[in-house]
Design a protein around this ligand. Sequence first.
Ligand SMILES: [Zn+2]
Length: 397
Amino acid sequence: MKAVLWLSLCISSVVNAQRFVTIHQKAKMVDTHNDLLTAVIEKNLLMDADLRGKTHSDLNRFKEAGVDCQLFSVWCDGEKQHPYAWANREIDTLYAVAARNPDKITIVANSKQAFKTIKAGKIAAMFGVEGGHMIENDINKLDSLYARGVRYMTLTWNNSTNWASSAMTENMPALKGTPNQSLDGKKGLTDFGVQVVQRMNQLGMLVDLSHVGEQTFWDAIKTTNKPVLVSHSNAYALCPVFRNLKDAQIKAVAQNGGVIHLNFYSGFVDSGFKKREIAFMASHAKEIDSLKQTGMQQEYAMSIITSKYQEESNALRPPLSALLDHLDYIVKIAGVDHVGMGSDFDGITSSPQQLDDVTNYPLITKALLERGYSKKDIYKIMGGNFWRVLAANEKNK
Ligand SMILES: [Zn+2]
């Protein structure tokens, strides 16, 4: 009898241990922000190669991770000449990957095509333009980007456009490299900015409020007639950095029917991280400087040093639980229908412990189960909430 009991206990614990794997596989999982496109172009890599050790993600690792739908970020900074042409170059890159790998990835136009693609065991891909500067003040370019598969646009990146102020310029107006073009110190959306939001609503392109300043956020919430996306941001109450969302903003997204996808960057998860990182970098300043003297960008120099002194840099990272705390917090004040995942993998230099790359995604599902989230809730968090917002934006286009 005892042996039978022991055996059944063993079996049930194995079943429980595996439950997260099954749930993770069954979820139609969506990640709303990944910078792999920029990373492969800047590092001269191919995303359908094995990029382990070089990037957080690649084509095969998305599959391994259980990511069914990836929104690929299309990005350049505010200083780039011809940003619209650059955006198209990034889009071309993914079309080339999809053409070479028709059995693995399809660029989809809507949720119906996405579900069909996922059912066939492939990755459904869409684009998210990260920064309104890429439309070059031309509303027709929104139509063209939509036609190529762009399904969201952050109204700004860190730089303001001349029709919308960013979180960075609203908070740090004097900062170099983030030109507040011709807003003349004004905040929020101009009349043209309002037109952009309205046109996005008509097209069915999600209005993404990550990176925008608070005034722009409120102007956009007032203007939009569709649920919004916040593709990669966290809760300001837990980590008070310039572009995390304050409680009133989180509640407003819930009221609008929108969704906030969590960013995995250690510095947006844990406010103590930046201090620890500065001390670490200061202790390796000589090496970083010599790398930069070869013409290397600061971020790449930092990532080389980070991997060279792995044990030391690992200790700087917040625990996985700190990321989950942001999720709990948003659920507490907005509800489980308004949160999702927007890792920012391949656009960040540090992520929480255990989230070394995209393949660690199932650990989040495991942690959600351990925190008492039901299977139904996990399906919502891992993708269902995004699918609801996308469907609402596709309606009455
Ligand atoms: Zn970003």
